[in-house]
Design a protein around this ligand. Sequence first.
Ligand code: PAN
Ligand code: ZN
Length: 189
Amino acid sequence: MSPFAITLDFQRGVLEPCNNFVQRHLSDMRGMYLDAAATEKATKKGDPLLYEVYQYDIPFETGQLLVVTTVLQSGKVGDEYYMTKGHFHEKEDTAEVYLGLQGRGCLLLETAGGDFEALPVKPGTLTYIPPYWAHRMVNTGEENFVFFGVYPADAGHNYGDIEKTGFAKVLVAKDGQPTLVPNPKRGKR
Ligand code: PAN
Ligand code: ZN
């Protein structure tokens, strides 16, 4: 294939051109927020858009890299900040880099072995997600949280258990401040 250049709008997160655009609404994340009643209510009342993903697809082959931007809206379901689904890579021994472009957020990471990390992200924060670490971004700010990512094209995504029981900790607003609290759903896997 030939080298190429595309445009990334740092403020809006738009990749141009883009051949893989995904929108996730609250209804796509049923059961992932702790407050089931708040989820149901908000889903019925317009099913808010939570995030958009702009990816420039190239062949999903070993040696290639995928570039992707995510625009995560500001908001909460109950007390819990809007977040991405989060995943392990299907090919678990693949890493990823996330770079904060706009807004404020937090990267939650964990391993199958029980290690957990939370890294605050602002514009210019470059985070490195090593192989074997599941990753989820959370918007803890009051504007869109935009970040860029690059990862191996053959990595794939495994949403599996995370869809059912989430990460070890959840980010909720307590007295208006983002606070990490243990996830009561864990231990039920
Ligand atoms: C990112 C994520 C993107 C959306 O491109 O896929 O931010 O998050 P979810 O896939 O968890 O819904 C990435 O980590 N790719 O590997
Ligand atoms: Zn990933």
